[in-house]
Design a protein around this ligand. Structure first.
Ligand code: PEP
Ligand code: MG
Length: 328
């Protein structure tokens, strides 16, 4: 099996009809970095910066943040890395980052987390922005904001970065060649704002872990609910179809960075929706590259168009049957 993945490592994910699909990895710590070369992935589509904060006893100093981000970029070389600003709070609490009051959150996933914390404790975001900008001096910086719920939150977070750019410019520091800003689509409300948001962005990344928990109102970690709703059910696929359609006129890159993209049938459904950039757990890179090589994207897109309009009674069964006949 390992030999099999080693073979896939040097195989580019190209579909039967010759389309190149981007298969990237999700990462968060230095230990994850060797996975980039082991899997032969196209880059890091989601670098969860909060992991450094979670494994640290105190708030990581700016220099430590800069060092980590620089190591990640050095390791990735020409391959792109998307740094997500801290998604802490909620269930990822830090003992050294105290809430303003001792309100115990009943629904932490929907609570004071991610950008909501970062925009209020903007010292946190300023330090992180400066660390990222300095680490990416002379290179491209891809930065993405989690849990964007309304467009102003994206604007406010971007403004924090821009003021750090202005500050570092005055200091005559080496700046990034380019900064590409992106937002995660993981709070359903933002999907109603894509005509406003998409023109401001370089890319969007759909976080299907949180998106599905909010769409189904079902805790993503709840064992009883894990199997209750299907990632390939029409509610999700139609939702994603609307996102892709809304963004298409702006030509904004769309990646899926949730766990959904690492499962074969789910990935097949995403390809059918026209999503050709996946960022997944490293162990899934081999199997997903293999899947891509067996699919004709034109065929699955045609099938998915039909299913989105007229959902079959059992979407998983329909996809499974389709795969049995069409994925050679
Ligand atoms: C997601 O919500 O799908 C996602 C990729 O982010 P996280 O799993 O870190 O919440
Ligand atoms: Mg998320």
């Amino acid at each position: 099996r390992q030999a099999h993945y080693a073979t896939m490592r040097d195989t580019q994910p190209v579909s039967r009809d010759g389309k190149r699909v981007a298969v990237m990895i999700n990462a968060g710590l230095r230990d994850d970095l060797p996975m980039l070369n082991l899997t032969g992935a196209d880059g890091i589509g989601l670098f969860r910066t909060e992991f450094q904060f979670l494994v640290s006893a105190t708030l990581p100093a700016r220099e430590r943040q800069t060092r980590l981000y620089r190591d990640v970029l050095d390791m990735a070389g020409d391959r792109p890395v998307v740094f997500r600003t801290v998604d802490i709070g909620g269930d990822k609490t830090l003992p050294y980052l105290r809430h303003d009051d001792d309100h115990l959150e009943e629904n932490p996933a929907m609570g004071w987390r991610a950008l909501r914390v970062a925009l209020e404790r903007d010292g946190l975001l300023k330090v992180q922005a400066r660390a990222l900008i300095e680490a990416a001096g002379g290179r491209t910086l891809n930065v993405m904001f989690p849990m964007v719920t309304e467009p102003w939150e994206f604007d406010a977070a971007k403004a924090v970065f821009e003021s750090q750019v202005a500050f570092l410019k005055k200091q005559k520091k080496l700046l990034p060649e380019a900064i590409r800003y992106g937002a995660m689509v993981e709070v359903p409300a933002i999907a109603e704002w894509l005509d406003v948001l998409a023109p401001k962005l370089s890319f969007l990344s759909i976080g299907t872990n949180d998106l599905t928990q909010f769409l189904f109102a079902a805790d993503r970690g709840h064992p009883k609910l894990a199997e209750r709703y299907d990632w390939v059910s029409p509610a999700i696929l139609r939702f994603l179809h609307r996102v892709v359609t809304a963004v298409a006129p702006f030509g904004t890159d769309i990646t899926v960075c949730g766990e959904m993209g690492g499962r074969r049938l789910e990935a097949l459904a995403l390809l059918g929706l026209g999503i050709t950039r996946l960022s997944i757990t490293p162990a899934s890179v081999g199997p997903i590259k293999e899947l891509v090589s067996k699919v004709d994207l034109g065929e699955i897109r045609a099938a998915m168009d039909g299913w989105v309009k007229n959902p079959p009674p059992n979407m998983r069964a329909a996809l499974t049957e389709w795969a049995a006949y069409h994925c050679i």
